[in-house]
Ligand binder design. Structure first.
Ligand SMILES: [Zn+2]
Length: 181
């Protein structure tokens, strides 16, 4: 068997705040929050038949552990900002101890940008722990009526050179980071 016949789906709730400064919506330009739900769909990198014994693609506990540690400990209650947002300067100057709680996206932190970042991050975390899984789809429910589904290639949408960094940006690193500040 070479095709993936099983998909694992894990769902997690988190609270966040953001603001969007590049568009014309005054409402979205004021920091505000949402309670969001992220669902990740995972598939085996090397699909194989069930073995007739343990019969699983991967232990659910192991598959979820690092991903949920990142969501719960770092994404939950983060303030999401564009890398161009002058609020970053405020935190640098006045509350530098809170910089680790800023999730920075290249351009505005829309749900689309977040979904692409989350898929890249999930795969960076899986690669770091040599998991047999990879993330093939991210769904973020921003509000009960607005959901974004991403099943593409994150690199097509994220400018990895957004800060002129010499190394990989946070979404490509298999660590707990949410920014490159
Ligand atoms: Zn919003």
């Amino acid at each position: 068997m070479t095709t993936n016949e099983f998909t694992l789906l894990f769902r997690r709730r988190f609270s966040m705040a953001h603001r969007l400064i590049a568009g014309d919506s005054v409402k979205c330009a004021v920091p505000h929050g949402h309670n969001e739900t992220v669902s990740v769909k995972l598939e085996a990198v090397d699909p194989a038949p069930l073995d007739g014994a343990a019969n699983m693609v991967e232990s659910f506990a192991r598959a979820k552990a690092t991903w949920h540690r990142w969501i719960d400990g770092h994404v939950d209650h983060a303030l999401q900002l564009s890398h161009r947002d002058p609020l970053i300067g405020y935190f640098r100057e006045h509350e530098p101890e809170k910089l680790p709680m800023l999730l920075i996206t290249p351009g505005d932190p829309t749900t689309e940008a977040l979904a692409a970042c989350m898929m890249a991050k999930a795969n960076a975390l899986f690669a770091t722990e040599t998991s047999p899984l990879r993330c093939v789809e991210v769904e973020i429910e921003e509000t009960p009526t607005n959901t974004v589904i991403f099943r593409g290639v994150p690199e097509h949408h994220l400018d990895a050179g957004y800060l002129g960094l010499p190394g990989a940006p946070w979404w490509l690193r298999g660590d707990m980071s949410i920014n490159d500040l």
